[in-house]
Design a binder for this molecule. Sequence first.
Ligand SMILES: Nc1ncnc2c1ncn2[C@@H]1O[C@H](COP(=O)(O)OP(=O)(O)OP(=O)(O)O)[C@@H](O)[C@H]1O
Length: 317
Amino acid sequence: MTPPIELRAVTKRFGPITALAGVSLSVSEGEMFGLVGPDGAGKTTLLRLVAGIARADEGVVRVLGHDLTTEARRIRPFIGYMAQRFSLYGDLTVEENLRFFARLHSTGTDRAWQERLLEMTGLAPFRNRLADYLSGGMKQKLALICTLVYRPRLLLLDEPTTGVDPVARRQFWELLVEFQQEGLTIVLATPYLDEAERCHRVALLHQGRILALDTPEALRASLPGRLFELTATPVREAARRLRTWLAAHRVQLIGNRIHLLLDRDDELTPLLDRLEADGSVQVHDCQPIAPTLENVFLAYLTEQSTHQSKSTMYDET
Ligand SMILES: Nc1ncnc2c1ncn2[C@@H]1O[C@H](COP(=O)(O)OP(=O)(O)OP(=O)(O)O)[C@@H](O)[C@H]1O
């Protein structure tokens, strides 16, 4: 079966900036696919290309069997795209917003579906409230159902829960999972790695390239060696010293803890002895831990930037 989304060697430039550089990926029917990466990595650009709003400079974007270079218009009725700043009409009520978006796509008559969306999101009791007076979480839910009101086959979400409180985020996710289980294919960009963990597969983007793409389990397993969590004081000095002895991607400062990636267990004791040797750094605790996606992505990103600074050094000499 043809995958609903397929990108082959896609490049997108904005003047001198290369937002996407030769990206290839495919998303399967009914999949929940996550895009993560630092600001400016190219996540929004990728979603906009798939939505048919922007065009690739090179490569092929195929969505629902159509080549978007020539057939972008054909897919629009089947795509739900919730942009980072999705605009609701603040002076319309919840229900009026929903009907407005439904009418834009000539499905204004499917009232049963609209009612179901209002019920599912818990927005039914607030149907007459102006959108301006909804909480942040409720606004996001309304934006989601305005995106789904015309029953798209693909749902593209750009950081849909940014700035939403944890309870509302959890509710939003319960809805997403419900829609995905009904067969909707979902691609979402997220800055939250706990959200990425809930996706079937995740792509890590950096400067327009895919650094890693796999299931969360496989990505975690791809971190070579053993990970240790260390508490020490002063923690910044401890991390600084470790970074001078080990490759940068092996030492991650996460809050007030250091995560240390070693090849072998027996590297640990000599390293800790060296850290405490002059008495100015004290190690309080050190335990082996299971890696999270955050560890994996930080390792990839640091390794990448070390690589780049090395090649810049070579370029300059
Ligand atoms: N319309 C545009 N004109 C010029 N540059 C752009 C445009 N859109 C994106 N860019 C640039 O392309 C690169 C990728 O941007 P993009 O918005 O896709 O990243 P992102 O991963 O979504 O980051 P963020 O989460 O900060 O939006 C950035 O360097 C950005 O400044």
